[in-house]
Design a protein around this ligand. Structure first.
Ligand SMILES: [Zn+2]
Ligand SMILES: [Zn+2]
Length: 445
């Protein structure tokens, strides 16, 4: 069969099953689960894959599941859909706990199911020279860190991001490239999708200033005020902002999470959470070092101590231009659209753990429409289910066909054009090297 026939059969299979795809989207939407809590959503995806006759591997990264289909021996294309919701208690559709799919990950799962259904039920896979791995992946949102720290301490989890954990667990060992499409309200009227995506990476810091308590009225001179350390550190961070280069897209976000218990006592401890974002690994590390300096300067000025628990959050994403080009061709062909349908480059200071994978294999991250309002906000609505669920299902499936058709020549050229920054081992070593506890005691000077 020629490639156009394979794509037509695949599209028809998706169209025949659009009710099942909508039903899955609706089911996941109505049962949102936060990262590494996605037990029900994992089960639903497992059932969906099994309904296609696929063998499913479950709990691939604490939660999550995957299923592989196609021919052995050729390239393996992973299609990923993220499982986790957010907490968005002011959204009218949130559940009793305030959980809500306001990042639209339920749509990714519908598109993933639709893509699998199209490729499997159409019978096109035997005509392709490679395999496809359908992955329902947990915990993209970097939230709820106390819960994840607890799982790590119990030895049930090793990393804070689902894709990081999946990579660690060996899920990426047989994967040559990753395709993903994420909802967005395109920032241009009439645009179908945003194509080449670059995102910041970030380093997370849990900070504790340690001083000494004393009576705030009659003995403040005997205290070491941790709040004052934090305040000076924040001033230091603000003073550093002029040193951040525009092209590095540095963002330093800070909150004080705990500081003192009673106003008549000099605060002995102050806790902060900090995110340092940057467009490159070097930029992230450089800004992180400067922030650490400001934190230590705060402790030094007041004569206290500071503990800085650094964690590499997610790495910057530089999506594969070669993979994006294949997806774009399919949208152009299928919708008959021109340049105006696309935002060709989307640069964001947001972060995703797909960035980590993009340092090892080519990764595609398409932003696709179908919603109104904003991601992560109470205004988020799916207004066009066809655009949100069915179109990405078809475009992902047809991209797989292009990649794996004709001795997988297109997939092989994508792989040839890619230069990995890390191997799995060097990536894990990098995370470890930059995820250390730094302790500074001004008394030691
Ligand atoms: Zn999100
Ligand atoms: Zn998201």
């Amino acid at each position: 069969m020629d490639k156009q026939t394979l794509k037509r059969l695949c599209g028809e299979a998706i169209d025949r099953n659009r009710d099942a795809i909508f039903a899955l989207a609706d089911d996941i939407y109505r049962h949102p689960e936060m990262g590494f809590h996605e037990f029900r959503s994992t089960e639903k995806m497992k059932e969906a894959f099994e309904s296609l006759g696929l063998t499913v591997e479950a709990d691939i990264a604490y939660t999550g599941c995957s299923a592989k289909a196609g021919q052995e021996g050729g390239p393996v294309v992973a299609v990923m859909g993220e499982l986790d919701s957010l907490n968005c208690p002011d959204h009218p559709d949130c559940d009793a706990n305030g959980n809500m799919h306001s990042c639209g990950h339920h749509a990714q799962l519908a598109a993933l199911y639709g893509c699998a259904l199209g490729l499997v039920q159409s019978g096109v896979l035997p005509s392709l020279d490679g395999a496809v791995k359908f992955v329902a992946i947990p915990a993209e949102e970097y939230v709820d860190t106390d819960y994840r720290t607890g799982l790590i301490k119990e030895g049930k989890l090793h990393y804070y991001g689902g894709k990081q954990e999946y990579l660690y667990q060996g899920g990426m060992d047989d994967v040559d490239m990753v395709l993903q499409a994420h909802l967005i309200n395109p920032p241009k009227q009439g645009a179908v999708c945003c194509l080449d995506t670059d995102c910041d990476g970030f380093i997370g810091k849990s900070v504790r200033f340690i001083g000494r308590a004393s009576h705030a009225g009659f003995a403040p001179s005997e205290g070491i005020n941790a709040l004052n350390m934090a305040q000076l550190a924040l001033s230091g961070i603000h003073a550093l902002r002029e040193t951040f280069r525009d092209e590095d897209k540095i963002r330093v976000s800070t909150i004080i999470t705990r500081c003192g218990e009673m106003v008549n006592t000099v605060p002995a401890e102050a806790d902060m959470e900090i995110m340092v974002r940057g467009a490159t690994i070097d930029a992230m590390l450089d800004a992180s070092k400067k922030v650490d300096r400001a934190l230590k300067a705060g402790a030094l000025a007041i004569g206290g101590k500071v503990e800085i628990q650094n964690r590499i959050g997610y790495l910057p994403l530089h999506s594969s231009r070669e993979l994006t080009a294949v997806y774009r061709e399919n949208v152009e062909e299928y919708l008959g659209c021109d340049d105006s349908a696309f935002i060709t480059q989307y640069v964001s200071a947001g972060s995703t753990d797909l960035g980590d994978l993009s340092h090892l294999v080519p990764c595609m991250h398409i932003w696709t429409g179908g919603i109104s309002g904003a991601l992560h906000a109470s205004s988020f609505r799916v207004v066009d289910p066809e655009a949100a669920y069915i179109l990405p299902a078809k475009m992902l499936a047809m991209t797989v066909i292009d990649l794996l058709f004709d001795n997988a020549s297109r997939a092989k050229s994508v792989m040839d054009a890619f230069h990995p920054v890390f191997t799995k081992d060097s990536y894990l070593a990098f995370l470890q090297e930059h995820s250390k506890l730094d302790f500074f005691d001004s008394a030691a000077l």
